[in-house]
Design a protein around this ligand. Structure first.
Ligand code: CIZ
Length: 305
């Protein structure tokens, strides 16, 4: 029989102390998992927090590439993820062989990889980026250089349109974001005509064209907090709405008509967090040669700020 959340949270809290562990969770996680976390954030903020914490064990509630990024930055800490196969379908659209072939066709190009990639792809890239800093990262590269951008074609096109740089885009996408349709935004606006539209840059150009704010999860939280508007249509994974509501209790947030759900982000439950702490599993480790190269591309991004 399923234990009540309150009981699970008490057991998680007790065990966390015993293990000197910290629980960190992405904004796309289930609400109850977000509530059990010591720290919430986007993947980069969480990896930075993981590097700064004094805890010996980091329970990463997110998807694999996020836990890997934390482990790349903090190789001496035990990074565990409660569900081993919590993958990122976008990260899975690219493999090392494909990237090497692309590099062969454009031998002088620099490679920018989105953080939503496996460590092996980061290791093959010159610099990493997130959805909050892709523009800054691309603008930091020499203007005469060709740039390959992997793996999200929508983030690539958006970054290209803002920077004015021609980017060679890998043709991957995140189905959760790419499936948000312009018609759904139009319908939502018919129901809530004074709402502001916030969308993620992994959405299609048509959807991005309808937005008042194009931003990462952290960017949306900032925009909603600073805006004088009282209603928002949210064009990203619905998990973020939990935190938007907590931070803005007097504002209203609407998901798109067909709520955007990332199936792998929802695999982690409170029971699995408890299991993970009990068993100190599943540990996420990156082979040292790959880790060193991948860290170089992450450090390059961090140096830009
Ligand atoms: O970098 C992240 O955390 C992702 C994947 C999304 C976002 O916008 O925060």
């Amino acid at each position: 029989m399923k234990k009540p959340d309150k009981e699970l949270i008490k057991e998680i809290t007790d065990l966390k102390k015993k293990r000197n562990a910290v629980i960190i969770a992405h904004y796309y996680q289930r609400p109850e998992v977000q509530d059990a976390a010591d720290l919430l954030g986007d993947s980069l903020a969480l990896s930075r927090a993981a590097a700064e914490t004094n805890a010996e064990v980091i329970v990463f509630c997110g998807v694999n590439f996020m836990a890997e990024t934390a482990s790349i930055l903090s190789p001496d800490k035990k990074v565990i993820i409660p569900v081993r196969d919590a993958g990122c379908p976008l990260a899975d659209t690219i493999d090392v062989k494909g990237l090497r072939e692309m590099k062969k066709k454009h031998p002088a190009a620099l490679v920018v990889c989105y953080v939503n990639t496996a460590a092996e792809i980061k290791a093959e890239s010159d610099i990493c980026c997130t959805s909050s800093n892709s523009i800054k990262v691309v603008n930091s590269l020499p203007p005469d250089k060709e740039i390959i951008f992997v793996p999200d074609k929508n983030l690539c096109d958006y970054t290209s349109s803002v920077t004015g740089r021609r980017l060679i885009c890998w043709q991957g996408d995140c189905a959760t974001h790419a499936n948000i349709k312009a018609d759904e935004i139009k319908e939502a606006l018919k129901l809530h005509p004074s709402a502001k539209v916030m969308v993620h840059p992994e959405c299609t150009a048509e959807v991005i064209g309808m937005a008042d704010c194009v931003g990462s999860t952290a960017g949306m939280l900032r925009y909603a907090g600073e805006s004088s508007a009282g209603e928002f249509i949210v064009g990203t994974e619905v998990g973020i709405i939990h935190q938007l509501k907590i931070e803005n209790p007097f504002k209203v947030f609407y998901p798109t008509l067909e709520p955007a759900l990332c199936p792998t982000m929802k695999l982690i439950t409170l029971e699995k967090v408890l299991w993970s702490l009990e068993n100190l599993s599943h540990e996420v480790k990156v082979a040292e040669d790959i880790r060193i190269k991948a860290k170089r591309s992450i450090d390059g991004m961090l140096a830009i700020g």
